[in-house]
Design a binder for this molecule. Structure first.
Ligand code: FAD
Length: 346
């Protein structure tokens, strides 16, 4: 039997985050079995230290070294728990690759995750910020999240309502010290209900000669092509995808911005609120393609903060703050970061 976990001291994190910034973790545990999580957390050397889970590091910015324990979850089994011919319940352990899971479901003709193809990261991270893209959010497909509750010291099964999913948010993101997600169960459909209204999906399908009733596989490949064109590849240039969330503001403020800038995109949000395009606001302040040392905003996409080489996490954070400050001065809207910032406050 292989050991249930491996623990190393002073681990380098640069290869473990897609910004590629240098940082260290005091302790790093690679977990091969979820059942061993309580034992690692109870080790005397760990006692009282901060704990965080790291997936592929595609949504974190290390602004400083991490003084405690980082857990990496390597258990990655995927299986169908139940299939009634109309829908299937798929259980994926936290360490499975997200994009590999999307492919696995599509190969079994299960629909629901196709618009989320090619999002980097692991399955366990998908519910944390309720990953979303091209008109879909993972919350729509999640039935249950299984997690170790550090507060109650037991494994819990949370249904979708208990997860309190919202735009790039969940109970897990709001209480990062409490939850360690160990598996996710997805309810997926045999019959496709394509969502094609978002950012060029229909046009991309048409360009491939698909005009009616696309299959989930065809939607996934259209999304992949769009993503490859629009987003910088983190294996080539360090980034964490969108660095800023689209701000949800009071509808009156959105109306004032629209009056001053008729071309500003404004989307409906919850009652009395509107969602603005963070990319448009950033571009409006002239940041797209701007670089300062090794920190910058991608020329490809105004939402993407990039590390051109050796920027530190603190330098990237300082650059992002300058971007947010200028947007606030010009438009009166405060941008919030999407990734978790470790070792500094936003
Ligand atoms: C090029 C690029 C494109 C992207 N596009 C999108 C997109 O379209 N939509 C989108 O929503 N996101 C996008 N992202 C962000 C990112 O890919 C997702 O948020 C992804 O789910 C992060 O997965 P990860 O395994 O890398 O998590 P990490 O970055 O390692 O962790 C992210 C956060 O989740 C926590 N966490 C991770 N795993 C667990 C767990 N098992 N239990 C408890 N907490 C956990 C971490 O502590 C951290 O706070 C993109 C990133 C990049 C680099």
């Amino acid at each position: 039997m292989p050991e249930a976990y491996t623990l190393v001291e002073r681990a380098a994190l640069a290869p473990l985050n897609t910004f590629g910034v240098a940082a260290t973790a005091r302790w790093l545990a690679e977990m091969r079995d979820a059942e061993a999580i309580p034992a690692v957390l109870a080790l005397p050397v760990i006692s009282g230290a901060p704990v965080m889970v790291l997936g592929e590091g595609s949504n974190v910015l290390f602004a400083a070294d991490f003084p405690g324990l980082i857990l990496r979850l390597a258990f990655d089994a995927v299986r169908v728990l139940d299939d009634d011919g109309t829908t299937a319940l798929v259980r994926a352990e936290a360490g499975a690759g997200w994009n590999a899971l999307v492919d696995w479901t599509l190969a079994r003709n299960l629909a629901g995750l196709e618009n989320l193809a090619l999002i980097p990261g692991l399955v366990g991270a998908a519910p944390i910020q309720n990953v979303g893209a091209y008109g879909a959010e993972v919350a729509e497909s999640i039935e249950t999240v299984e997690a170790w509750d550090r507060q109650a010291a037991r494994f819990e099964r949370l249904d979708a309502r208990q997860c309190e999913f919202a735009y790039r948010d969940s109970v897990f993101k709001r209480e990062p010290q409490r939850w360690i997600v160990t598996a996710v169960e997805f309810r997926l459909a045999r019959e496709a209900r394509p969502r094609l209204d978002s950012a060029g999906v229909r046009e991309e399908l048409a360009a491939q000669g698909v005009t009616a009733d696309p299959t989930p596989q065809q939607v996934a490949s259209a999304v992949r092509r769009l993503r490859r064109r629009k987003l910088p590849d983190p294996t080539v240039i360090g980034n964490a995808g969108s660095f800023f969330k689209n701000p949800v503001v009071d509808a009156a403020l959105a109306t004032r911005i629209r009056a001053a800038h008729p071309q500003a995109p404004v989307y409906p949000a919850d009652e009395g609120c509107s969602k603005l395009s963070a990319a448009w606001l950033i571009e409006g302040c002239g940041w797209r393609g701007h670089r300062d040392g090794d920190a910058g905003i991608s020329a490809q996409h105004a939402l993407v903060l990039v590390n051109y080489g050796n920027a530190s996490g603190a330098e990237l954070l300082a650059f992002a703050r300058r971007v947010a400050d200028s947007v606030e001065q010009r438009f009166g809207v405060r941008l919030e970061p999407e990734p978790r910032i470790v070792g500094a406050r936003w």
